[in-house]
Design a binder for this molecule. Structure first.
Ligand SMILES: Nc1nc2c(ncn2[C@@H]2O[C@H](COP(=O)(O)OP(=O)(O)OP(=O)(O)O)[C@@H](O)[C@H]2O)c(=O)[nH]1
Ligand SMILES: [Mg+2]
Length: 413
């Protein structure tokens, strides 16, 4: 996976906090093995939060957030402190950097208190450990006061960095690698309209897992889920007192839904949210455009993550082949696989069309995307392909970009 193909919001966010000159920027440089962050002996070098998307092994894709010192002074200093504290709301795990030669301060202890109140997992990093003689004593003292995991490092001498990474992994909540669906994009009290067609493929008496998960994610984030069928979408929107933030539709109802969703309301699909959560959205979008390069005689693999009961007009075996053939006008052949692998002899395919992977985890889907990339075969998923075929891929991707940048602004402003 290339470095910037994962949107920021679906990476683990690691926030670095601490007093001026504690070595926050130096620790970032040591963790990333780069000299990207400016380091100096002048207190107050870093003034605004800096977001650095990174791929750090073995943590994976993450964003390191460098902040200004929490002991900054003056009215500007106060503004900076507040901005640093705002970063807390974006932080999956916090690193509190402390200068070993100085030890824990009031600011540090009150920050640890904030982490606890906000339930943010945290690791205390005793930096500049090279400058103290009585390391064991300093460590023991700090542990007693902080009551949290402590890692001793020397950022300048690159000592203890592997151990720190391991400590980060140990402290990260188990679900931190479960990338967010949309909770990171919405605010409390936003109205989100879900369009769920009840056709004959819909299971009796219940909603399907992706619909449940999106609903749950909306509720978990204090927003409001309004659920409707595609036939009543127009009426639903008309009856709301507040403009919905976003309409999310089943891909198969796209055509009708885009007609009935006013242009000033963001529209996306369940599949695109899941593609973002479960895979490499950029790679899948590239795969959609690749259908323009298909030639007569090309073979296409339609791969599904699980076996399910197929209807006569099944999306994978019937609709997808029909739509691609209609769009391209080429003579194509289609193979179908489902289950734990995509099958053998993948080299023979000009394109892989994958299901939405609702029953697969991110790692499994990423492995399939990697496999396709390795073989130089474009790969797309159902939802993104359908959006592309309907000429509304841009419209469904834009909301993610818009919401992501809105959120980023909320954090740094
Ligand atoms: N001896 C020693 N010096 C360090 C270490 N880490 C950082 N320093 C020095 O401490 C000073 C401050 O480092 P920075 O990384 O700029 O600290 P910061 O916390 O980002 O500081 P501000 O951005 O000003 O808040 C620099 O002179 C670094 O060279 C270390 O592990 N050992
Ligand atoms: Mg700094």
């Amino acid at each position: 996976m290339s470095l910037n193909s994962t949107p920021q919001s679906v990476r683990v966010h690691i926030g670095l906090f601490g007093k001026r000159n504690a070595g926050k920027s130096s620790v970032i440089n040591a963790i990333t093995n780069q000299d990207a962050a400016i380091v100096s002996e002048v207190a107050g070098t870093t003034t605004d939060p800096v977001f650095r998307p990174m791929e750090i092994l073995p943590i994976g894709p993450c964003v390191l957030i460098d902040t200004a010192g929490l002991d900054d002074v003056g009215s500007l200093g106060e503004l900076r402190i507040n901005k640093s504290l705002d970063v807390l709301s974006k932080t999956d795990i916090a690193l509190l950097i402390v200068d070993s030669s100085i030890g824990l301060s009031e600011e540090d202890l009150s920050l640890i208190e904030k982490f606890k109140v906000k339930k943010i997992p945290h690791v205390l990093v005793l930096n500049k450990i090279d400058t103290v003689e009585n390391q064991a004593e300093v460590l023991g003292e700090t542990k007693k006061l902080a009551k949290c995991p402590v890692a001793c490092v020397s950022a300048t001498n690159k000592i203890g960095i592997e151990n720190l990474k391991q400590e980060i992994i140990n402290t990260l909540p188990e679900d931190a690698g479960d990338f967010k669906l949309l909770g990171d994009l919405i605010n409390a009290e936003d109205i989100i309209v879900l369009v769920i067609p009840i056709d004959k493929a819909a299971p009796k008496g219940r909603l399907i897992l992706p619909q449940q998960q999106v609903t749950r994610d909306i509720l978990d984030h204090g927003a409001i889920a309004v659920i409707t069928k595609e036939d009543s979408l127009k009426e639903t929107i008309a009856n709301l007192n507040k403009k919905p933030k976003l309409v999310i539709t089943d891909s198969q109802a796209f055509y009708k839904v885009k007609e009935d969703t006013p242009d000033d309301i963001l529209l996306t699909s369940f599949s695109i949210l899941f593609a973002r959560q479960k895979g490499d959205l950029n790679e899948l979008v590239k795969g959609a455009y690749a259908i323009n390069n298909l030639k007569d005689g090309d073979k296409i693999l339609v791969a599904e993550g699980c076996t399910h009961h197929r209807q006569d007009d099944d999306i994978g075996t019937f609709k997808i082949p029909k739509w691609i053939t209609e769009k391209t006008g080429k003579k194509l052949t289609f193979d179908f696989t489902s289950g734990i692998t995509m099958g053998k002899n993948l080299e023979q395919y000009a394109l892989i069309v994958h299901c939405g992977a609702c029953m697969m985890n991110r790692a499994a889907m990423m492995a399939r995307i990697e496999k396709a990339k390795e073989l130089n075969i474009p790969i797309v998923n159902y939802g993104i392909l359908i959006a592309y075929l309907n000429g509304i891929l841009d419209r469904t991707l834009d909301p993610l970009k818009i919401l992501e940048s809105e959120k980023l602004l909320q954090t740094v402003e």
